[in-house]
Design a protein. Sequence first.
Length: 444
Amino acid sequence: MLFRFATFFIAGFAGLLIVAGLISREYAAWGIIFGVVVWLLWDVWRARIFDSALRAAQGGDALPSYTGWWGNMLDRVRRMLRSKNEEVAASERRMTEFLSAIQASPTGVVLLDAAQRIEWCNQTAAHQLGLDVQRDVLQHIGNLVRQPDFANYLSAGNYDHEVVLAAATSNAQRPIKISVQLHPYGEGRRLMLTRDVTALQLAEAQRRDFVANVSHEIRTPLTVLSGFIETLQNLPLDEAQRNRYLGLMAQQSQRMQALVSDLLTLSRLEGSPVPNATDKVTVKSLLDQCEQDARALMHMEPKLQNHALRLHFGYAQESDEASVILGAQTELLSAAGNLVNNAVRYTPAGGKVDVQWTLLQDGRGELRVMDTGPGIAPEHLPRLTERFYRVDRSRSRETGGTGLGLAITKHVAQRHGGELRIESVVGQGSTFILTIGANRIQPQ
Ligand code: ADP
């Protein structure tokens, strides 16, 4: 400001001196006016430069440096511009980060305008609904997702609930289900969220099947039992008949007991942490116990009596007999026992069951249970470890099966770092291979 006043007075004074010196002292006052007019013209010229500098800065050029009052103003504007630019850059950065976060989200996000046209969508939604992130912008969502359920949902206008659709990539072999829900926001806009619910729906279907299966499995022996009880109550039976009925009743209650016990084992396996790697189980004790149980089963189970089977337990190499598994004794016994008992139950008289333990080169352990039974058709193999899945329901029941044995065995194998493999040829026999992870085998 000082500079401005100084130049103003200097211009007036200079005008005065010039006119008084060159023309006459009489016109000195005009000289002041002349000086002031020149100063004003100079100031307007500087203002024009300031204005054009500002215009240039709007176009992205840097502001020039300038002295005096206009220069101070330019500096102030420069500082304002710089802080505004920084704010814009920061909010652009935040916006980019925000969009990348939404891109990375496993939830699909589609922004719809008031006319239900796509404004923006992330890759997840595009993949699930078969949209093109760029090409489909401003397209009506109803024209792109053409499933009747979605069209009804969109037109009904009640968005309190979700609608489940087939994903764009869904097919008969690999059905994929997508849940879609709209959430109104702003002025008539809608946020559309999509998520993959295939696993959820599958788990729900499995839960429903499981409850239905358990109820069915328990109801059958219960019906038989209550029928016998009624008979015993109402009919005058002799001693032999009574004993026969009581025997059959005991059989049914044993079946229920076996079922409940397998269900408890399964739920314990699913709900507990993996077994301690500090507990040691010797393979020899495991196989000895399995052999004892299998022989007992052959004597106890009425259908298996007089069932001449050759039962052989052995080791691939002599040194394998000393193998020690780091895991839970009860779990391993139930897994190996299930395989051996199945082989005994399903192999007809005159057949052979061979059980062999091998320490593999890569450090894993492998229990092979081979039988010369009826074998299993290839289409059943992938489903055998599902709960309650049986190839021959009546054969399983006749020999006291619950349909849960292989599901338990598979769980135990996985909890010990291994797996359950099944190889079988119809008419020739089956081999069930239970592997134990190398980290669960004590180094020798
Ligand atoms: P189950 O109690 O019915 O034996 P599992 O889960 O142990 O239930 O076995 C599932 C089904 O697998 C059985 O019902 C049977 O059809 C088939 N299976 C299991 N082991 C054998 C085997 N060694 N030979 C032939 N079929 C078998």
